[in-house]
Write a protein that binds this ligand. Structure first.
Ligand code: TYM
Length: 351
């Protein structure tokens, strides 16, 4: 890093280093609006002001999807969809987890600092045990350790993720703290981050649980959906007969529709439906959910179309994808190997 000496004083001005940001997405299915809201929108907003590393977590996907026949095309799709959403591979490092073997070595060291009891208590582990009782593998148990390695290998500070990843971040801090305590200060503490506020959780359109890649596909809006599917899904979204009193608190499935509308519709449109909602009471329902959904469907189709088309173009351009993936891996490995040097020194593995 170049250092400038001031001629009249002895003060040294070092250029401010940008904070390190990291996040990842598992290639276990088609990306959806939950991923966009919780993660990718933040990535795009952060790419100019931070030193960003974004990656496709293909090792993590093996914990739940051992069949790898579709893995390669999923990985390519995730890369293409990230770029289609506005990520610029010249500004950030966009890479594939398995291209950075340094992560696996750090995972090994951190595994010695993670305890069976705490791993078994992780909410996502318990959920996966329920969903796949026939395949409770060690990778599933140590999923949070691999995730901590992804983050710590670049000594990242901010991790833009949705609400569902909060516990994993807390565990990453625990592992980092234990490492620093035992071997010496190497890692800063990473935090889950959402641009401008609380972490986000987008619900499925049926009002049951969070929008997700593999569950209830009819309640999930994918970035690859065509206009007709978008309209159909939104028109089927859960609503009710309207609020019982003026200025009522919105039920979470109605709030979810407003959240989606704020993303894709103009402020006047959102205000009109907010006002209609607030003016409604039982016997005088001003808000018409049918109209609201129709408007949301049109605006959503207009939002998703260019992303879908750009992603398809990029995905078909294997040469471009190959170049982006190699360039991302080079940048990520340069940073990862620097951290690993410090880790090996601290642990005493530098013979
Ligand atoms: P994954 O692949 O499940 O999801 C990718 C990102 O999308 C967010 N997300 C949501 N946000 C709001 N509402 C939703 N309904 C919703 N669904 C998904 C997730 O919070 C995430 O930010 N364990 C991670 C992948 C990972 C990772 C990492 C993330 C591996 N290593 C290191 C950050 C740092 C996961 O399964 O995300």
């Amino acid at each position: 890093m170049p250092v400038h000496h001031s001629p009249c004083t002895n003060i040294i001005f070092a250029p401010m280093e940008k904070e390190v940001v990291l996040s990842g997405i598992r290639p276990t299915g088609f990306l959806h609006l939950g991923n966009y809201f919780g993660a990718m929108r933040n990535y795009v907003r952060m790419q100019d002001d931070y030193n960003c590393y974004f990656f496709v977590a293909n090792w993590h996907s093996l914990t739940t999807h051992p069949d790898t026949r579709e893995l390669q095309s999923s990985v390519h799709r995730v890369i293409a969809e990230n770029i289609a959403c506005g990520l610029d591979p010249e500004k950030v490092s966009l890479y594939i987890q398995s291209d950075v073997p340094e992560i696996a070595e750090l995972y090994l060291y951190l595994n010695m600092l993670a305890y069976k009891g705490e791993l078994e208590k992780t909410v996502t582990f318990k959920e996966k045990v329920r969903l796949q009782p026939e395949n409770v593998n060690a990778g599933l148990l140590t999923y949070p350790v691999l995730m901590a390695s992804d983050i710590l290998i670049h000594r990242a500070l901010k991790v833009p993720v949705g609400k569902d990843q909060e516990q994993h971040l807390e565990m990453a801090r625990n592992f980092a703290e234990r490492f620093n305590y035992r071997y010496g200060e190497v890692f800063p503490m990473p935090y889950a981050f959402n641009f401008g506020g609380d972490l986000v959780r987008i619900m499925g359109l049926d009002g049951n649980g969070k929008m997700s890649k593999s569950e209830n596909q009819l309640a999930t809006l994918y970035l690859a959906d065509d206009d007709e599917s978008i309209r159909k899904k939104i028109m089927k979204a859960k609503t009710d007969q309207g609020p019982a009193e003026p200025n009522a608190v919105k039920p979470d499935y109605i709030e979810n529709l407003f959240t989606l509308m704020r993303l894709v519709s103009g402020p006047d449109t959102v205000k009109k439906f907010e006002d209609d909602f607030n003016a409604s009471s039982s016997g005088n329902c001003v808000i018409r959910y049918g109209d609201m959904k129709k408007q949301l469907a049109e605006d959503m189709a207009g939002f998703i179309k260019p992303i879908r088309e750009k992603a398809a173009d990029i995905q078909n351009n294997k040469e471009l994808l190959g170049r982006i993936i190699r360039q991302g891996a080079d940048k990520a490995r340069a940073s990862a190997s620097e951290t690993l040097k410090l880790v090996r020194q601290a642990v005493g593995m530098n013979y």
